[in-house]
Design a protein. Structure first.
Length: 342
């Protein structure tokens, strides 16, 4: 909670220096957003935006996040938006792959993501891609703020998988293409909601869990159950971002719409600062209490060989009849190249 308060303050310092005087006048509006879990680095960006919106509108546009699935189960936030049950929500694409098939591209392994500058550019551009927009339109929603999730790493219990063959038979919480990559190593993928993973560890239902490294492992209590962690597997990431109810957004006065969109850059900066701050705290603790697995360059190359291109090709083939899967996949690489050349 202290981190969230600190990041909210950072949001005000970031945006209010010149913007506070620019009051945005408008009617009284109250919004509710559905979020799974407690306040953490993933929610820090939206929390900062909410505080700045309140500040800039002098309290006329009030947005409240309801944590812990108070408004909806994590797998049903899209349904809630379609029913106009609330004005916005956070989603994780792999919680409901059939509901957001194009968004599953973000969970493919070994995409050119991981560098903060590249991530901001690529994900912001992808949130405007026709296929990504169409996924949300089917649920009366629009993409708003990417979660900018860091690369995943894996924490687990029992004997550490220091060789790639050691993953054979391990039950790993990992969704989407990342889960497919783990299956290529012989593991069994599990797609548990984040909040259920620690309990599954305690009950012996899973052996390892892939989460954004390092903040999510701590947020969901995984590091308290684990014996070891990977630090350079970097198999991929996913998209747990914020989306808005289309009906509610279009009903806003134009000045409120503009304000929300103008604050996305600030929200992304806050998210990345929150992740970096958590890494500085968590990584030394991990190294003190857990066994660190560092794979050789040869092992990483082998992993990419068996779980990279084959998983990409399978995803494109599986989805080509639903949308321009090849185009969506290529767009990420094209945007990454653009970001690197800027």
């Amino acid at each position: 909670m202290k981190l969230m308060k600190k990041m909210t303050l950072a949001a005000l310092l970031f945006a209010s220096t010149s913007a506070a005087a620019q009051v945005v006048e408008g009617p009284k509006v109250n919004w509710s957003l559905s979020f799974f879990g407690n306040p953490r680095a993933l929610s820090a960006g939206m929390e900062g935006i909410i505080e700045e919106v309140k500040n800039r509108t002098e309290g006329n546009f009030n947005i409240q996040i309801f944590y812990g699935g108070q408004l909806s189960d994590s797998r049903e936030n899209l349904d809630g938006l379609k029913l106009n049950a609330f004005e916005g929500a956070a989603i994780c694409n792999f919680y409901h792959p059939g509901k957001n098939p194009a968004w599953m591209v973000f969970s493919l392994p070994f995409l050119p993501l991981g560098d903060p500058k590249v991530d901001k550019y690529v994900r912001a551009k992808m949130f405007e891609h026709p296929a990504i927009v169409a996924d949300m339109a089917a649920w009366n929603a629009i993409p708003y703020l990417t979660g900018l999730l860091p690369q995943y790493e894996i924490l687990g219990r029992g004997e550490a998988p220091t060789d790639l063959s050691d993953w054979e038979g391990l039950r790993v919480r990992a969704g989407g293409g990342l889960g497919d990559a783990m299956e290529a190593l012989g593991a069994t993928k599990q797609t548990l909601p984040s909040g259920e993973t620690s309990t599954a560890f305690q009950r012996g239902a899973i052996d390892a869990a892939a989460f954004p490294f390092t903040y999510a492992h701590v947020s969901f209590g995984i590091s308290e159950e684990a014996d070891w962690f990977t630090s350079n597997l970097a198999p991929g990431t996913s998209e747990c971002g914020w989306i808005l109810n289309k009906t509610a957004y279009e009903a806003l006065p134009t000045q409120y719409q503009t304000l929300l969109m103008d604050l996305r850059e600030m929200g992304m900066d806050i998210e990345q600062a929150a992740y970096a701050e958590q890494d500085a705290i968590n990584l030394p603790i991990f190294r003190k209490n857990l066994e660190e697995i560092v794979y050789s360059e040869e092992q990483i190359a082998k992993f990419r060989e068996i779980a990279g291109q084959p998983v990409w090709d399978a995803w494109i083939a599986e989805n080509s009849a639903k949308f321009d899967a090849q185009g969506v996949f290529d767009a990420i690489w094209d945007y990454a190249e653009e970001a690197q050349n800027q």
